[in-house]
Design a protein around this ligand. Sequence first.
Ligand code: FAD
Ligand code: MG
Length: 311
Amino acid sequence: MENNNMSTSRNQAEFDVIVLGGSYAGLSAAMQLARARRSVLVIDAGRRRNRFARLSHGFLTQDGSEAAAIAAQGRAQLQAYPNVAWASDTATAATGGGEHFDVTLSDGGSISGRRLVLAMGVTDTLPRVDGLAERWGRSVFHCPYCHGYELDEGDIGVLATGEVSMHHALMLPDWGRVTFLLNESFDPDDSQREALARRGVTVEATPVARIDGEADVVLRDGRRMSMTGLFVAPRTSVSGAIARQLGCATEAGPMGEFVATDAMKATSVPGVFSCGDMARAAGNVALAVADGAMAGVAAHRSLIAELNHAV
Ligand code: FAD
Ligand code: MG
């Protein structure tokens, strides 16, 4: 546990807010609470979703910056506030509701807070194709807005994982020449094939044996297609069991379930807010930062009882 002064330490009886997850969304939530002079504890296991990619694109003022550097700068600016405590740790459980929550850390110790902000992100599951996982974030991506531009309108493979990949295949011609690799995972119907043809997409039905080189697709019949990059829609799942333990309602998204929230980023459980990738159908750094700001403000306002009764 690192803290900035003696007034906010792990041993504090109860934090106003405990933020679970200290990446873009959690940092942004904690920033609003820090600036509201509330006591905040951030618990972070240090495994950002984009840790496989060196550079991050599309976040205003930080386009092309190192993904780790954006998070590190955010953390340094947050930790300049004396009312912020930081635990580099994994939260293993959370219980409670309304006005009081207990969060368990990996050493079995427990910390209390009046509100929780869940910002633990999602976990990606890639299809099992030899050579794919090693290239995730380097030449294999899921978000064209994040990594499409750098492919310089080259040859792009879209590896199908299901219906959601149709969307990918129809979008990606704006970034290059697209081959849609069905890989026995998706079979477009006639109207879908017509739509793909209208977008100039080549459809390849032969299954993929492995990925090789930079982004070479080796098909089961031995053919090799050299790509500049590959896109694949992973299955996503809310990281950890804490949202489920607390009873937060979820919603189904095209890539996986996410925590349901209202416009203020409140979950179905009073006192629990959620933001970032774990609380939207699809996310990026800018959206995580925006959602985090909303969750932080909403958590703060919920601490002011008079505000809740004002209207
Ligand atoms: P995350 O960044 O995933 O952070 C969640 C944090 O919570 C982690 O630090 C994790 O360790 C912590 N945590 C989880 N469980 C616990 C627990 N139980 N206890 C304590 N801590 C916990 N977006 C862009 O805008 N531009 C890009 O260029 C870009 N490139 C990407 C490249 C790749 C390969 C991938 C996979 C994603 C990319 N993204 C990009 C998307 C971006 O990574 C996410 O949208 C963003 O990280 C979401 O932020 P977050 O704070 O919600 O979650
Ligand atoms: Mg307690």
